[in-house]
Design a protein around this ligand. Structure first.
Ligand SMILES: [Zn+2]
Ligand SMILES: [Zn+2]
Length: 158
């Protein structure tokens, strides 16, 4: 075994995980930490706070995949935004179908996006939130989703 391989084996043993996974995980943790510190952990698709690293996803404003300039769009920092994984996925599916739906731009008047229903719902079915630093005035999930999620959480804790 070469010296380098030996060292990686020692690292993996001490960290209890593959060395490259540990490096990638650390980079993501640092990114999330800095985003929170700069109060930029806001999902640009739904406008709500990203409070769990597991749902943090790096998003491209303009789709790079199958574009005319994939390398340019992929690495362009001006094209990078952050979103909830849940909010990003639905976008991916829509883009894939061809209609590059930017639901933020297409938001109907007095409607808001529910990240769980994954559709626009009238503002009345949302609870207003008090956190003023968020860009939108209501919660990320509609009231019925909130109550379902609350129940799910309760069940999980039991
Ligand atoms: Zn979101
Ligand atoms: Zn909902």
């Amino acid at each position: 075994m070469s010296r380098e391989r030996n060292r990686n084996a020692e690292r993996e043993e001490q960290l209890g995980m593959p060395w490259t996974s540990a490096c990638n995980k650390l980079k993501k943790e640092v990114l999330f930490y800095l985003l929170k510190r700069h109060k930029e952990n806001i999902c640009y698709r739904c406008g709500c706070e990203i409070d769990d690293i597991k749902s943090l996803s790096i998003d491209h404003k303009t789709r790079w995949f199958n574009s005319e300039t994939p390398k340019k769009l992929f690495w362009d920092m001006e094209n990078i935004l952050f979103s909830h994984r849940e909010c990003n996925c639905i976008h991916g599916i829509r883009s894939y179908r061809g209609d590059d739906a930017e639901h933020i731009e297409q938001k109907p008047e007095s409607f808001e996006w529910c990240s769980r229903c994954r559709k626009f719902l009238p503002l009345e079915v949302f609870t207003n939130h008090v956190n003023k630093r968020r860009r939108r005035q209501v919660e990320q999930y509609c009231r019925s989703c909130q109550s379902v999620m609350r129940k799910e959480k309760v069940l999980k804790n039991k």
